[in-house]
Design a protein around this ligand. Structure first.
Ligand code: TRP
Length: 457
């Protein structure tokens, strides 16, 4: 089952060890699971809401992209891009803005907190609050709804935003569902996303025992400043005044908690015993540094290499944007037609978004990813209908793609997906549709696409 998982990273800061343990490491591990189609993006438009220092925004975009790549995010396997490289996102933001109740935005936690602060300070309630802060949830809804993401892994503070994305999506579906189908869309315009909160991922404590956070100034840098900066930060971890030889309480200092985030159970238990039997704090800090560095040093090497070649990072993000736009562009075109912004005449309507020559045909696009050689099948209007399994060599993948038009047998896999077999072998699956009706519309579209492929042969 292919679940589309999407998450954004606001590009305002420099990643620290807490980000690595709490977000980066688990997200990359999850992106390697089978049956997930992961979208990761740099939320650089969102960053502008929080920061008006251009140098800092630019630097942070570079650092965060390099960090995720260095930590093992594989751009061949996932879709990794910058929000600002996807013109469909601000387009969709406006369509969504026009169905969003102002009252809904009035209730957003971040906006309300800013108003409360102003009221407390006896200022005008909206003093220094930008329309960007106010509109933040709509932009975030567009990030998610543009790609029909099923799950959105976020921290607790973002759950309200996901609920708002659902509300906004639902409202749009209600108003424009019919028009969407009349415009050639399948099922509902938007899948309603769900927040996925990682309960098992611990928040890392900082140097002073509070949650590691830039706003507390208690962080251990991840790569910035090299091994030396990591060592210096660790030396500043707050401990009690027990001397070497005195038993320590491992649970009363951040030191042990940070160690545990990097070590297996057996190693952690060993370290606990050492502390309890009088290991000095100084020595304990050395051991903590060694443990962290064993994991981070090889990543840091990759990070430094990437930071030395920003053009390569740019290339990876550009490619990611192409992949992302292949999904978003046809969707936004249909959405525009649905709200009445499509072409005025039939001649142009046929070629909307297409080549100047006339109507677009269904098409098959081959590509290579982490698992091998695959292809996708797109409908005339650009909607993605099938993703093939991975083949070890491009020849086989090509032969299967070719056989599809004449030999494909379409069957449903479950309520929200269909699949295709060729000569009795499952070769491709559909994306996840919002409901049975949408799946059925998808099956119809696939039959039309296969017919159009046969014609083109
Ligand atoms: N607002 C999110 C944060 O601050 C970042 C973000 C922007 C995001 N767009 C998103 C997260 C879409 C998930 C999905 O953490």
């Amino acid at each position: 089952m292919t679940l589309r998982i999407l998450t954004g990273i606001t590009t305002t800061g420099t990643p620290h060890l807490g980000n690595y343990v709490g977000a980066i490491r688990p997200a990359i591990a999850a992106s390697r699971a089978a049956g997930v189609d992961s979208f990761f993006f740099l939320a650089d438009y969102h960053a502008l809401v929080k920061c008006d220092d251009p140098a800092r925004i630019a630097r942070s975009r570079l650092e965060i992209a390099a960090t995720w790549l260095a930590c093992g995010l594989d751009p061949a396997r996932v879709t990794f891009y910058q929000q600002s490289d996807i013109p469909e996102i601000p387009k969709l933001t406006w369509l969504l803005t026009c169905v969003t109740a102002k009252g809904l935005l009035n209730r957003a936690h971040a906006y309300k907190a800013a108003v409360d602060q102003n009221t407390q300070n006896r200022e005008d309630p909206d003093a220094a609050i930008t329309a960007g802060l106010y509109m933040y949830p709509v932009l975030m809804a567009a990030d998610i709804l543009a790609f029909n993401a099923n799950k959105v892994p976020v921290g607790r503070d973002q759950v309200q935003h996901i609920e708002m994305a659902r509300d906004i999506g639902q409202r749009f579906n209600h108003i424009y569902g019919k028009a969407w189908r009349a415009a050639g869309g399948a099922g509902e315009p938007f899948v309603l996303p769900e927040a996925a909160i990682e309960e098992s991922v611990a928040t890392l404590p900082g140097l002073d025992g509070r949650k590691m956070s830039k706003s507390y100034d208690n962080t251990v840098p991840l790569f910035e400043g090299g091994a030396r900066a990591t060592r210096e930060a660790i030396a500043r971890i707050v401990t009690d005044s027990r001397e070497p030889g005195e038993p320590k309480d491992p649970d009363s200092s951040s030191l042990f908690a940070i160690f545990r985030a990097f070590a297996g159970d057996a190693e952690s238990t060993g370290f606990r015993h050492e502390l309890e039997s009088g290991l000095g704090w100084g020595e304990a800090k050395q051991k903590l540094f060694a443990r962290i560095d064993a994991e981070i040093a090889p990543l840091r090497e990759r990070y430094d290499a990437l930071m030395a070649h920003p053009d390569d990072i740019e290339d990876a993000l550009r490619e990611g944007a192409q992949k992302a736009r292949a999904v978003a562009q046809p969707r936004i075109e249909t959405l525009c037609r649905a709200v009445g912004l499509g072409a005025l005449g039939t001649r142009t309507a046929k070629s909307a978004g297409g080549t100047k020559k006339g109507a677009k045909r269904a098409r098959i696009a081959s590509f290579r990813d982490h698992d091998g050689f695959r292809f996708r099948v797109f409908a005339e209007d650009g909607e993605e209908l099938l993703l093939s399994r991975a083949y070890a060599d491009p020849k086989t993948a090509g032969a299967v793609a070719k056989a599809l038009a004449s030999q494909a047998v379409v069957g449903t896999l479950d309520a929200v997906r269909f699949g295709v077999t060729v000569a009795g072998e499952r070769v491709a699956e559909s994306p996840v549709f919002p409901d049975i009706a949408a799946r059925e519309a998808g099956v119809k579209k696939l039959h039309a696409a296969l017919a159009s492929l046969r014609e083109g042969e």
